[in-house]
Ligand binder design. Structure first.
Ligand code: DLL
Length: 432
């Protein structure tokens, strides 16, 4: 069994990492030029040829790819291998437009699973662990990615998929799951159910690997306390294979990007200019080892900061912050940029559970922001005066954080529908 903590790679010197990236980038640009006519045309339009790319310092010369390109090239216009050499597809849910479809050769699947295996090992996983995979299986990448990674580490893998909470809890107790993998909102729901059913003493969880959606530090602490575990963040997107592009280590101060497979850049989302290290901007990835879906300079829309500060875990690969929102789902309300994560932070700081919905509308040409917030059972009161006071306090705290007034509606415990996958937290009626 291979050891998926790979110090020769994960703690390699900066010079070594750059050397790998230079070599792999050149090869990848040639592969794309020869095999992906859609991107070759984009390069030609920009007057760039493979000869112009001699090292990662030339990366900025390459054109960006966006979700719009993926939609235009749907379903297989960006695939770099004959379909007869591909063994798998995954796809986004398509809730915000046409689906994005990603293709994999067996080599791609292997490398992706290696990345997920690294994430499991960084969360303390060994072959003695029982990995409970409650991300959705199927087209979504979460289930398949962590499942493959868990196999590679040699863990006993429970392919639970999401949903059927009673069954999740039963397996967790009967099989002694030690590492839980699911969205943070589902982890919070499972934690709530475990508490309610008095099962805490029967569960053996020690760690969780949660990602696929934004979650705050407060939510992390809440889940950690309720489940008695350490909760690790994991990041990825369908376009880059899925989870495992970046993962947290024991320091829990950002996620190490697997730089032997991906080159990360931060750009100004308005101008496209590359920003210096430490700047906040849009994360762009170039996949340098993928065969079937070799995206170059793919704009993720996720707003992040990169850091090369020395990490106590010993890993040298650059760290990305938690995404602070997306440049496209960032809400602009009455001219003010509002990130849903800011709202969540306020709610958690005020002791509310992370069950809420943000409803944006436009009335008489003016934007309205309403936040439906579920009360914790101990906060619930029959007294209207009590509720009104709590709502007023929350309005004030939100105003201090966001700079704009929001209407707050407190609702009874358990009245907002729970999510088994990514939570639907924003309802923007202005777009309809
Ligand atoms: O969510 C892949 C994934 C599965 C990641 C399981 C982690 C765990 P998509 O459905 O294509 O892929 O969504 C990708 O989700 O651009 C981010 O906006 C968001 N996202 C993913 N991970 C995180 C995270 C999967 N840890 C989009 N924190 C990305 C915040 C995240 N947002």
């Amino acid at each position: 069994m291979a050891n998926y903590y790979q110090p020769e790679i994960e703690t390699a010197s900066r010079e070594q990492i750059v050397a790998w990236q230079n070599e792999r980038l050149l090869k990848q640009v040639r592969h794309v030029w020869d095999n992906v006519p859609y991107y070759r045309k984009k390069m030609e339009e920009k007057g760039v040829t493979p000869e112009d790319i001699q090292s990662i310092d030339d990366l900025h010369k390459l054109p960006f790819l966006t979700k719009d390109d993926l939609r235009e090239a749907y379903p297989s216009g960006l695939v770099g291998k004959p379909l007869s050499e591909c063994v798998r597809i995954h796809s986004t849910s398509g809730t915000t437009g046409k689906r994005v479809m990603a293709f994999y050769t067996q080599h791609d699947v292997d490398l992706w699973e290696d990345c997920c295996a690294r994430a499991i090992v960084a969360a303390g996983g060994t072959k003695e662990d029982v990995v409970h995979v409650a991300y959705g299986y199927g087209l979504f990448t979460g289930g398949a990615g962590l499942h493959g990674g868990s196999h590679k580490v040699g863990c006993l893998t429970l392919p639970m998929s999401s949903g059927n909470t009673e069954r999740q809890l039963q397996f967790m107790c009967d099989l002694g799951s030690t590492i839980l993998c699911c969205t943070p909102s589902y982890a919070a729901y499972l934690a709530e159910s475990i508490e309610e059913q008095g099962l805490r003493s029967q569960i053996k969880l020690k760690a969780g690997i949660f990602g696929a959606e934004a979650w705050s530090e407060d939510m992390r602490h809440d889940i950690e306390n309720k489940l008695g575990i350490k909760a690790y963040d994991i990041y990825g997107l369908t376009e880059t294979s899925g989870p495992g592009v970046a993962f947290e280590c024991s320091e829990q101060t950002g996620m190490h990007i697997n730089e032997d497979h991906f080159i990360a850049e931060i750009i100004d989302p308005d101008t496209g200019d590359v920003l210096p290290e430490g700047s906040k901007g849009e994360l762009v990835f170039t996949a340098i080892t993928k065969e079937a879906f070799p995206l170059l300079r793919y704009r993720t829309k996720d707003i992040c900061v990169l850091s090369r500060k020395k990490c106590s875990c010993g890993r040298t690969h650059v760290k990305m912050s938690k995404p602070m929102g997306r440049s496209d789902d960032m809400l602009i309300i009455r001219g003010v940029n509002v990130f849903p994560s800011q709202i969540e932070t306020v709610l958690m700081q005020q002791g509310y559970p992370a069950n809420y919905q943000i409803i944006v509308d436009r009335v008489n040409h003016s934007d309205t922001l309403e936040i439906m917030v579920e009360m914790a059972p101990e906060m619930f009161s029959d007294s209207l005066a009590d509720i009104t006071k709590q709502e007023k306090d929350l309005v004030a705290a939100l105003k201090a954080m966001l700079g704009i007034m929001a209407k707050v509606k407190l609702v009874a415990p358990k009245s907002i529908a729970r999510s088994e996958g990514k939570a639907v937290r924003i309802i923007d009626n202005r777009k309809i």
